[in-house]
Structure formats: C-alpha cells, structure tokens
Design a protein around this ligand. Sequence first.
Ligand SMILES: [Zn+2]
Length: 410
Amino acid sequence: MDLILKNARLADRPGEELLDIAVDHGRIAAIGRDLAGEAREQYDAGGRLVCGGLVETHIHLDKSRIAGRCPPPEGRRVNPVTMTAPLKKDFTVEDVRQRAEATLRECLVNGTTRMRTQLEIDPAVELRSFEAVRSLARDYSWAIDLEICVFPQDGMTNYPGTEELLVAALKQGAPVLGAAPRYDSDPAAQIERVFALAREFDVDLDLHLDVGDDPKQMHIYQVLDLTERYNRGGRVVAGHMAKLSLLPPAEVAALARRLADAGIAVTVLPATDLYLMGRERDHGVVRGVADANLLAANGVTCSLSSNNVLNAATPFGDCNLVRMANLHANVVQIASPEELRALFGMLTDRSARLLNLKDYGLAVGNPADLVVIDAETPEQAIAEIRPPLAVWKRGRRTVVRHLPELLDTA
Ligand SMILES: [Zn+2]
C-alpha cells in the first residue's frame, strides 16, 4: 500500500468518529476503523480535518505576478485590462512559465490538487502563454491536475485574429473556452460566438460575466437563453456575477433558481471584485461580491476561487483558498457554522462538481488527493484560516508544512 492515514476527521462527515484511510496504487482503497497493513507511509492525523485536495476553479496563472510592471492607477478608476494589454507583446514563453510556476507552487503548498486556469489568447501574446502553461501542467502532473480555459481578454469581435488563435488552441486540445464580453465592443456577439465554438469543439464554457455598476444590464440572461438553445446545461460556468451584489436578495434568489434549473454554475471571486467594484464612488463604496451562500441555498453549484494574483486586477494574493473563503465570509457578513461549512464545500466538493470532475472526494476508488488541515471542523478551518499540514496527490506526499512554534522563554 502507498499510505495509511490514521485518525482522520473527514470533512464531509465531521460529526462522525475518527476514521482511517488506506491508499493503494494511488487510489483510496478503504475508509474505516483500525485499518492496518504494510504501507510505504503511515501518517497520524491526530483527529484533524481531512478533505479531498482543494480545487481552484478560476485563477490566471499566465498574468500573475506582473503588478510591478503595471503603471500605477490614476485616481480611483482602474481598468486592469488596458493596464495589462500593452505588456503582453513582451510575454515570452520563459517569462510566463516562470511567473506561472511561482504562483502554482504557492497553490500547491496551500493544499490545491486540482485547478482550472484561465489563459489569454490574442494576437499580442499569440499562443506563448498557452505553450508555457501546458508545459507547466505536464511537469507538475505529479502534484496537480491542471486544466486550461482559453479566452479573449481584450475583445474578440473587435480584435481581428483573436478567434483564429482561440480555434488553434482548441484544435490543440484546450478543453474549456472562456469569454470576457465586458471588454468586447459587441458583448452579445462575443457570447453568441463562444457558444457556437463550444458546440463545434464540444468543450465546456467558463465565462467572465456581469462585473460593473449597473445591474439592469446583465449578460446572464443571454447566457441562460443560449445554454438552453445550445443544450449546454451542466457545462457552463459564470465567473464573478458581481452585479448580483447590487440586487435585493429576492431577485437574486429568483435568478439563482433559473441558473440552477438551466445547469449554469457560478464561481465567486471575492478578491478581484472587492478590489475593482464600486470605484465610481468615493464613499459608501459597494462591496461588489455576490453572496455564494444565497446562490447555493437556491440550488446553484458554486465555487470560491482566487482569480488574480499580484497583477493590475488584484495586486495581492497568497493562493490560499481557505483564506479566500474567510474573506468571503467577512464581506457577505456570515458566520454560522452551517454557512461556513457550505463555503468549505465551495473549495472542495462543490468546486469539483462545478468542474465536472467525476472522481473527486473521500470515497473508495477515487484518486487519493488528500489534505490534512490543522482544524477539527470545516467551519473552524475557515473561521481561523487554519493551514494545511500535509498534502498527497494520488497517494504520494507532495507537501509537508510545520506549524510555527513559540519559543517561550519567560
Ligand atoms: Zn478571471
């Protein structure tokens, strides 16, 4: 056997007694009490929380770590896209690879074992970021399953050559197509086009959607319509949905039920939305973060993710998903154990569902992607931002972390 993990408090059944997990040939072979046998590694979790590897559903590895290259914002208005676009012609494969790798390694030490990264393709950067991140995915397959979503950040219908490059990436096997209609001169045409391409290449869709200050102008209704028309239910994700924070809860709940019925999932990206929303005001600034719990309570498959790290759209970030959930709880002002537990699911099981992963979680037969977190319950992990202490990918240890110790010299 690869591993026997003793005395685990399973995150998906935290009220139950402590259990052991046995791993053989990279997969969970048994979950039960007093498991024994010869194993390459024995680990005593000592009653700590054990969950499936954390799932990062939306991050931009390719443009992470460029905050220092961006011009400083002038005044309160910030347009991260126009701040970044001029830099992209100078992105080399090596440069993207180096920055993406540094960010990926931060994600790994924070317990992430599966990831979907957004990746920009256009005539300025061509396929260089795609090449860089694909090589990264190959080289780090021992630690993470990394899936690429290609998308046009700087517009598609107004940027000749972009669609051809996206098609080239899809032909080379990119499994997911994204969009950023807000930055297209014809947002509705971009959305229509990516749905047509998704059908043509039979790929999932993961769209940046509905950021801004006017909730009367929302593209989600067009996406609802197209999801039905193109029969893409279960294969469409809307990222951000920040405008939902500007609507009364009853309206959000009604829309959420429509999304759930249509099979459209939502990724909430608290860090970027907090940084960018409400900049038209200089006081009483809106928080601009969609309430993931409210969406989930109305049936939507939701995840929480990091999005931008150290760039013009979010000049912060440590790739710690547990901290992201804590941030979300602060912003939407929730604190009950049930709500915090639901947020933990949006870093694990629910995120896996959003990415259509069929082999995720603490069940016999699944790949043994496991994390021990220094907490007793999911809600404690989020309330106190408790760290992961050990991580396994397919039963092989990838991360060890030690808690800081106080040198008590009194
Ligand atoms: Zn994004």
